[in-house]
Design a protein around this ligand. Structure first.
Ligand SMILES: [Fe+2]
Length: 298
């Protein structure tokens, strides 16, 4: 039992889109997304070509890699075990990227010129496989908010668009947690202090691609503190979402507590978004944490 009820309507907003380029004038959708809700598009499917169905095979993922990743700006695929499929995987992930750009144009036009640093993943392993193999810190079946250990983002938002492409009718089961301001307040007393010297050193030895800011440090601490807290995982406020094949969903993964419980075969598109491009920047994790800490975090 959760320690306090969290209603499904509080965390999810369902939208009727059936096409990726279908203009949808609903200013409430953007506001809802920025408040940390999941935008759920149950009728927005992504169609695989018949010849692409053979790509739905976990053997295509390189050993020790969780997913196959694609950088559309450099047309580069990583984590593919069988190079004979490189072109097909590139075509598939490039098409998904283009569809996601269309969706932003149609549903979130305010972000159109602001999203940047796109990357996407083809997720072929069943959630159960990496659940059993991962350390607690990497176990994404524990409620968490996303933070990048090696790639500081200095407050920028992590916008993610998911699609369940399971060909066998299997849902992706998620848990979604409480609003970010409540979460941040809950864990704030448990987060350790920031060391500029450690951050400098981590960059110096190549552990991070740029200097880890106080903000990035706090987000990583929050990510770890949530995952390490077994009682919170079991009893913290949460709801279960069943995300069927043929559906899409969108959230700010740095803000919306989420956990993947089961499912297999998914596409995921990531964009970064500057806080200044938000309709209401006060909803950003950066603003929430700065308010709580009463100091700038960048
Ligand atoms: Fe995540």
């Amino acid at each position: 039992m959760s320690e306090q009820a969290l209603s499904r309507d509080r965390v999810i907003r369902t939208l009727p889109l059936t096409h990726w380029n279908q203009p949808h004038h609903d200013s409430g959708a953007l506001a809802s997304l920025e408040q940390g809700n999941v935008l759920f598009l149950p009728h927005l499917s992504f169609t695989l070509m018949p010849e692409e169905l053979k790509l739905l095979d976990p053997a295509l993922v390189a050993p020790k890699r969780k997913n196959i990743t694609f950088d559309p700006q450099h047309n580069r695929v990583r984590g593919l075990a069988r190079q004979q499929y490189a072109q097909q995987v590139t075509d598939l992930l490039s098409r998904y990227y283009q569809h996601c750009l269309q969706l932003i144009d149609a549903l979130l036009p305010e972000y159109r010129h602001a999203v940047h640093s796109p990357s996407n993943t083809l997720r072929l392993h069943p959630v159960s496989t990496w659940r059993s193999k991962s350390s607690w810190r990497k176990d994404d079946s524990r409620l968490h908010v996303d933070a990048f250990p090696s790639r500081p983002i200095h407050g920028e938002r992590i916008l993610r668009i998911f699609n369940n492409i399971n060909p066998h009718g299997e849902n992706r089961e998620w848990r979604v947690g409480e609003p970010f301001p409540v979460l941040a307040q809950r864990f704030m007393p448990h987060l350790s202090g920031y060391s500029p010297l450690s951050s400098w050193f981590q960059q110096r030895i190549g552990m991070t691609k740029s200097l880890r800011s106080r903000y990035d440090h706090m987000m990583l601490q929050l990510h770890d503190a949530m995952k390490a807290d077994r009682k919170y995982q079991e009893q913290g406020p949460q709801v279960t979402l069943s995300l069927p094949p043929g559906s899409s969903w969108i959230c700010f993964a740095d803000q919306t507590p989420h956990a993947a419980m089961s499912g297999q075969f998914m596409l995921e598109q990531t964009f970064l978004l500057p806080v200044s491009a938000m309709l209401n920047p006060q909803n950003s994790p950066l603003a929430v944490l700065e308010k709580l800490m009463q100091q700038p975090l960048l």
